[in-house]
Design a protein around this ligand. Structure first.
Ligand code: GLC
Length: 521
């Protein structure tokens, strides 16, 4: 794929050398996702942490990213990699302290890098004080109203209250034991049992999250990625889904994409707008219906949402053409910014995905172990990155993408940590393969990720010796250099940052488009 700079003979709407003054900072930003556990380890215990992250910020500045998004860093038993939060205002001691977090934000800002945090509103940890309190009081007590407790069905309450299934497999309900030792009510968890769902109909829950947002905005956070954003509102009847799940009308599903959810994001937007320097709200919204998706991006709601259509799209010109058109036309009616995403901590890495016979991604079918031609996948991942970087909007880069890391598909079973593995009755190896710690330097594991002699929390493949940041740095043609030079071009060429885009006719199997009047890709 090539960028061709044309002579700027034609006037164009948003050309000129500077971005439109009103455009928010994220309108053409590149945002690097840091999965903290696996980024860099500063204290030698094998788990990435804030100290390690701080000492590698200069790498990110060199790479040329505008912001980082950090996966949850809060106090957590890590039953789901930190998406089970026990205290939203404390840093998990494995990662560091609140002072370390503040120092990281300050260091990043000093390098011109903004910091986005991850907020997890749908559920907390079963070790959160609220949940422990709820278990210690009798049914009917107000402390239980922050969650969904319901009596079971069957003669002795031995059956779950509804037919809902957890996203990780198995029932979405777990039975509790009363303080006197007798079997008690059940509680709802759309994910693992260690992640009880919060009841967003309860005023304590709403007030708490508003306060949590302010807590981190006050400490300099530049925005939030909102976890499972379309799941938080539930129909309090919590009725069976039954066989007709798909037949339910828009907003009628008992827990997915309910209309009440928008009230929450409107209130969050008001909070974000209270702060100077424009704080970003980006939603993790997995929805097929483009019109329903767009509702989250209304002017008084989220600024942006991840483009999972692009991420899931097969590596085929026609399909990509369709997704790009769909994205751009949906956003043309909105002031929200389109996003271009190829990977994250939940999906199979692009190099592996694109090297397979079937190159699309489906959450329910990760096909770990399907044969993959890594060399082919790498060439395609390079093209996909340039595609993403040359489209109008924000690009997200998941750590390791810039090194061309592949999915580690042969992790020993006894080391797998993703709850998906156990919950799927060991049929889905889960997401650990894209979460293996980064290779920084050296000839053998742990590749500078942690101290020599220490074991990274997931083992790295020996073959990554070719892919360390050190090896790729200044190596012409390496993935790292490709990312660096493409990001630098994006920073320098205002046409690539503008919003205008037009297809140029091209042979079947190829994509060709004009950006801002003087660039043809
Ligand atoms: C989101 C996160 C994922 C997590 C889930 C439950 O999808 O990206 O990692 O397991 O929410 O919080």
């Amino acid at each position: 794929m090539t960028f061709v700079r044309e002579r700027a003979t034609k006037p164009h709407a948003s050309g000129g050398e500077a971005p439109r003054p009103a455009a928010p900072w994220w309108s053409a930003a590149s945002i690097y996702q840091i999965y903290l556990r696996s980024f860099a380890d500063g204290n030698g215990d094998g788990t990435g942490d804030l100290a390690g992250c701080r000492s590698h910020l200069s790498y990110l500045a060199e790479l040329g990213v505008d912001a980082v998004w950090l996966n949850p860093w809060y106090l957590s038993p890590l039953a789901d990699g930190g998406y089970d939060v026990a205290d939203y205002r404390q840093i998990d001691p494995q990662f560091g302290s609140l002072a370390d977090a503040e120092a990281l934000i300050a260091d990043a800002h000093a390098l011109g890098i903004r910091v986005i945090l991850d907020v997890v509103p749908n559920h907390c940890s079963d070790q959160h004080p609220w949940f422990l309190e709820a278990l210690s009081v009798p049914p009917g007590a107000p402390e239980r109203e922050r969650f969904y407790f319901r009596p079971g069905r069957g003669d002795a309450g031995e059956l779950p209250p509804s037919d809902w299934q957890s996203q990780f497999g198995g029932p979405a309900w777990t039975r509790t034991t009363n303080v006197d030792g007798t079997p008690g009510d059940w509680y709802l968890h759309l994910f693992a049992p260690e992640q009880p769902d919060l009841n967003w109909g309860n005023p304590d829950v709403r007030a708490e999250f508003e306060s949590v947002l302010r807590f981190w905005f006050d400490r300099g956070a530049d925005g939030f990625r909102i976890d499972s954003a379309a799941l938080v509102a539930k129909d309090p009847a919590l009725a069976d889904l039954g066989p007709g799940e798909a037949a339910k009308g828009p907003g009628q599903h008992p827990y997915l994409d309910r209309d009440e959810v928008h009230e929450t994001y409107r209130s969050w937007r008001r909070i974000a707008d209270d702060y100077p320097d424009r704080r970003l709200l980006i939603g993790e919204v997995w929805l097929e219906d483009a019109d329903r998706f767009a509702l989250y991006l209304r002017d008084d709601e989220l600024h942006s949402a991840f483009n999972f259509d692009f991420l899931c799209c097969p590596f085929e010109a026609q399909a990509l053409h369709r997704v790009i058109d769909g994205t751009l036309s949906a956003h043309a009616r909105l002031s929200a910014t389109p996003t271009w995403v190829l990977g994250n901590h939940d999906v199979v890495r692009p190099v592996t995905r694109y090297g397979r016979a079937r190159t699309e991604f489906k959450m329910s079918e990760r096909r770990i172990g399907d044969p993959s031609d890594i060399a082919l996948g790498t060439r395609r991942a390079r093209a996909a990155a340039l595609l993403a970087f040359s489209l109008p909007g924000t690009v997200y880069i998941y750590q390791g993408e810039e090194l061309g890391l592949w999915e580690v598909e042969d992790l020993p079973e006894d080391l797998l940590q993703d709850p998906l593995w156990a919950r799927s009755k060991k049929t889905d190896r889960g997401r650990d393969g894209c979460r293996v710690p980064l290779p920084w330097s050296g000839q053998k594991p742990p590749f500078g990720f942690t101290g020599d002699g220490a074991s990274p929390w997931l083992p790295q493949p020996e073959g990554w010796r070719e892919l360390t940041a050190d090896v790729q740095r200044s190596e012409p043609g390496s993935m790292l250099e490709l990312y660096r030079s493409a990001l630098s071009l994006r920073g320098r060429l205002s046409s690539l940052r503008a919003r205008d885009f037009a297809w140029v006719p091209s042979p079947e199997g190829t994509l060709c488009y004009r950006r801002g009047g003087d660039i043809v890709v």
